[in-house]
Design a protein around this ligand. Sequence first.
Ligand code: EZ4
Ligand code: CO
Length: 408
Amino acid sequence: MKIIAADVVVTSPNRNFVTLKITTDEGLTGLGDATLNGRELAVVSYLRDHVAPLLIGRDAARIEDTWQFLYRSGYWRRGPVTMAAIGAVDMALWDLKGKAAGMPVYQLLGGASRDGLMAYGHASGTTLPELFDSIRAHQEQGYRSIRVQTGVPGLKAIYGIAAQSTTGERYDHEPAQRGAYPAEEDWDTRAYLRHVPTVFEAVRNEFGPDLPLLHDGHHRMTPIQAAKLGKSLEPYDLFWLEDCTPAENQEALRLVRQHTTTPLAIGEIFNTVWDFQALIKEQLIDYVRAASTHFGGISPLRKVMDYAAQYQVKSGFHGPTDISPVGLAAQMHVGLAIHNFGIQEYMQHGAKTNSVFRQSFTFTDGYLHPGDQPGLGVELDVDEAGKYPYEVAYLPYNRLADGTVHDW
Ligand code: EZ4
Ligand code: CO
């Protein structure tokens, strides 16, 4: 099974996506997600200029060898651009292997360890009534676990508050915004730390003790602030507190961990297993937030989870809308197969995205399943994709009241 073509497809139905399509001499095609939100074209160039030419003529069956070849022969290893490109190749080769075998990828990974993947959705609101409506709307869609983000009094625009759709069109271009310059948002950590516990108290009073609740700190706190938040949220029994400190300094989690029993999740911007090495070994986290797309694909995701299993650390793969349906399917196959699955983030793509990416996964009563089509179970409609050319879009950024740039 030789690779005869490796094409990069850029499309922007409800948001920008980069997809690698590998074709074999037997006429099979495999897909990989290479979407890097706000920096998409860098990965397009990495793939088109430096990876695709190396793939032609290679044996598509050699997934591990191809991964190691791309990772080690590149010399300048790691980083989001490199790992998104390698990840797309890895996913496409697993897709091809499944199609060649006539099996869904999870069967090749050892078969299902469960019937479905518990998914959490993103509820948000600028006020409590808006937030409660959003939680109820998610429950009506079947979600059994909910991420809660709210506005903070005094702050205008902050991460995680979805624009309320009036057109029925989903908001999945967020948090990136179309336009040639990043939008500016404001931030005040003290106001946030005061407000968030009151929100969780109100949510618990309204929805009871049972509903799993999650929260994303989005890298904005210092270790001692994060420790304080974790402690103040303990009465509300969170499923997890995510990205409480910036991803670069993993030692920060040691301090947070000493002070709170609120479970911790991190890793959506991590690229390799080495980023998790100390965090898992020292049992400083409870959930691995990596995404197949930004972590080098299915192969390394499986490896980090097998390592994490020794320490009872579970999965909580990153599933915002900037992970394409291909990337989402890839991590669903891993989640179904591994023993130490925790939860899967699932934001849902918009109708146009779903017309470009034909999917066979299901979402029933709050549980995802990747489906039983051979391979990943996602097909790309290239004609439909061609209707939506790339549009420049950037993630927002934060400034404090005095104008200082802050983590967003
Ligand atoms: O901000 O995917 O948990 N989810 C997140 C996401 C990230 C975006 C960045 O591209 O933090 O919303
Ligand atoms: Co996050």
